[in-house]
Design a protein around this ligand. Structure first.
Ligand code: HEC
Length: 184
C-alpha cells in the first residue's frame, strides 16, 4: 500500500511518531541552536532557513521581524552599492562625488581638517563645536578614520544615517564605501 504524504510537515509528524525520544530531543536542541544563530546573525539566509524549517516555533513571529529588518538593511546597502557602482568608489584623496554641497568636491583628507555641520551631542551650545575643527576633539589619522569607516560596513543603515554628527548620513555612506574599497 502506498501512503501519500502531502507536505513536509506531515513527514515531520510521521517521524515524530516513529522516532525514539532521544532523537526528538536532539531535534529541539538543533532548533535552539538555530534560534541562537538567528538572534546573532546578520545573514538573512540563516533567518530564512529557520523560518522555513521551524514554522511552528514559538519564536516564529520574532524570526519574521528579524528577517524584515535584515531585508531592509540589505536593500539599503544594495542601493548604496549601486550609487558607487555608477559614480566610482570613494578614495581618500579623490574629491567626493556623492553627498551634499558641503561634501561634494572635498576629499576625506580635507574634510577632517574642517568643522562639523552637526554637534556631536544634541543640544551642545554652538560655541562649543560650531567653529571648532575636528582636531580640537579628535585625532583623525587616515588609519583611525578607516577603522571608524569599517564600523559602517555591516551596521544597520538606519543607525548610521540617523546619527548626524559630523555631516549627516551622507558622509557615513561615503565612509562605508571607502572602507569597502580597502580605505584606498
Ligand atoms: C566639539 C568636539 C568635536 C568636534 C569639533 C568634532 N567631533 Fe566628532 N565626535 C565628537 C564626540 C564627542 C563624538 C562621539 C559622539 C557619540 O559617541 O555619540 C564624535 C563622534 C564622531 C564620529 C563617529 C560618529 C558615529 O557614527 O558614531 C565621527 C565619524 C566624527 N566624530 C567625525 C568628526 C569630524 C570629521 C569632525 C570635523 C569635521 C568632527 N568629528 C568634529 C566630538 C567632536
Amino acid at each position: 500500500m502506498c501512503i501519500r504524504i502531502k507536505s513536509l510537515r506531515a513527514v515531520a509528524v510521521v517521524l515524530a511518531l516513529i522516532l525514539p525520544n532521544s532523537v526528538l530531543a536532539a531535534q529541539s536542541d538543533i532548533e535552539a541552536m538555530m534560534w541562537d544563530l538567528v538572534t546573532t546573525t546578520d545573514d538573512i539566509s540563516h533567518v530564512e532557513a529557520f523560518i522555513r524549517n521551524y514554522p511552528d516555533s514559538e519564536h516564529i513571529q520574532e524570526a519574521r521581524t528579524i528577517a524584515d529588518r535584515l531585508r531592509l538593511r540589505q536593500n539599503a546597502h544594495s542601493m548604496e552599492d549601486a550609487i558607487f557602482q555608477s559614480i566610482g568608489s570613494v578614495s581618500y584623496d579623490v574629491p567626493l562625488a556623492f553627498g551634499n554641497e558641503i561634501l561634494i568636491g572635498r576629499t576625506l583628507s580635507e574634510i577632517i581638517e574642517t568643522s562639523p555641520e552637526y554637534p556631536p551631542v544634541a543640544g551642545l551650545p554652538e560655541a562649543m563645536w560650531k567653529e571648532q575643527t575636528c582636531k580640537s576633539c579628535h585625532t583623525w589619522t587616515r588609519q583611525d578614520l578607516c577603522t571608524q569607516a569599517n564600523n559602517y560596513v555591516s551596521m544597520d543603515p538606519a543607525k548610521y544615517r540617523e546619527k548626524m554628527h559630523p555631516f549627516g548620513g551622507l558622509l557615513k555612506i561615503n565612509l562605508r564605501n571607502w572602507a569597502q574599497n580597502d580605505c584606498e
